[in-house]
Design a protein around this ligand. Structure first.
Ligand code: PHE
Ligand code: CO
Length: 294
């Protein structure tokens, strides 16, 4: 078989643009020692940081999957336990997928994982999802039955929104962003992280929970669907769920009438706080970029 490609964004005269790929690939038989070392460094650093910061469901699932800092996990080994537990499997990909391909995989309980890991100079930040973000950040919660169902429902909802109009997809994508990627959860011990974009980042793990700057606001479906977000800085606002059951129940209704209603409403800037928000913490806004919300 040919070596899979490592598809990253490319520099063009319009700046960096994402490149999409649809191939499903076999995980390479082995990785260079330097790649295993990158995995080990990131794994140990995040695990230490996340005890008492990530949700217990996340940490327990990660242990149960048998991930370790010793080497990059084999997809086939993770798939054994994952498919037995919730029926999900992970598939290897070369990089970002087109939206509809991504939704269809999720709707069929397949989670796409980039086969390649970041270079040492990208340890603290990488613009696109690499193996560390995908495996360490996303895959553990697929062991949780409720979250596993949420991800499948999101995929099916994506296929549906794709057939409605581009604006429906914008609204649905914001939900993914503020839950799956950047979600916080309230527990008796305090706020905890469950979003993959946070748990795979040292800086944002600290910032999202402990910094004075960002807002922390209670989950509200339509509020989230109207809220712009940041792709190149830490978030200005994090949304807090009470439980995965709450997330599942709030997103169970048919979104078609919600998309129609939202059409007529303005988007909310990433850092705004509204009078009827349930505010856990009102951010100081210190250090925020003044433009660039997506
Ligand atoms: N209920 C949503 C719909 O009808 C589907 C969905 C479920 C979307 C869970 C996101 C998360 O479109
Ligand atoms: Co991600």
């Amino acid at each position: 078989m040919n070596e899979p490609r490592r598809v990253e964004r490319q520099q063009t005269d319009k700046g960096y643009v994402p490149v999409y790929t649809t191939a499903i690939i076999e995980q390479p038989a082995d990785y260079p020692a330097a790649d295993h070392a990158t995995w080990g460094t990131l794994y140990e650093r995040q695990r230490e940081l996340l005890v008492g910061r990530a949700s217990d469901e996340f940490l327990q699932a990660q242990d149960a999957m048998g991930m370790s800092p010793d080497r990059i996990p084999r997809f086939s080994e993770l798939n054994q336990i994952l498919s037995e537990t919730t029926g999900w499997t992970i598939i290897g990909v070369e990089g970002l997928l087109p939206e509809l391909d991504f939704f269809e995989h999720l709707a069929n309980r397949r989670f796409p994982v980039s086969w390649w890991i970041r270079r040492p100079d990208q340890i603290d930040y990488i613009a696109e999802p690499d193996l560390f973000h995908d495996l360490f950040g996303h895959v553990p919660l697929l062991m949780n039955p409720v979250f596993a169902d949420y991800m499948q429902a999101y995929g099916a909802g994506g296929v549906k929104a794709h057939a409605i109009d581009p604006q429906a997809l914008v609204h649905l994508t914001r939900l993914y962003w503020y839950t799956v990627e950047f979600g916080l959860i309230n527990t008796p011990q305090g706020l905890r992280i469950y979003g993959a974009g946070i748990v795979s980042s040292k800086g944002e793990s600290l910032y999202s929970l402990e910094d004075d700057a960002p807002n922390r606001i209670g989950f509200d479906l339509e509020r989230i669907m109207r809220t712009r977000y940041r792709i190149d800085t830490y978030q200005k606002t994090y949304f807090v769920i009470d439980s995965f059951d709450q997330l599942m129940q709030a997103t169970a209704p048919d979104f078609t009438p919600i998309y129609a209603r939202l059409h007529a409403q303005d988007a909310i800037p990433a850092g705004a706080v509204h009078a009827d928000d349930h505010v856990f913490h009102r951010g100081s806004g210190q250090g925020w970029a003044t433009d660039g919300d997506v």
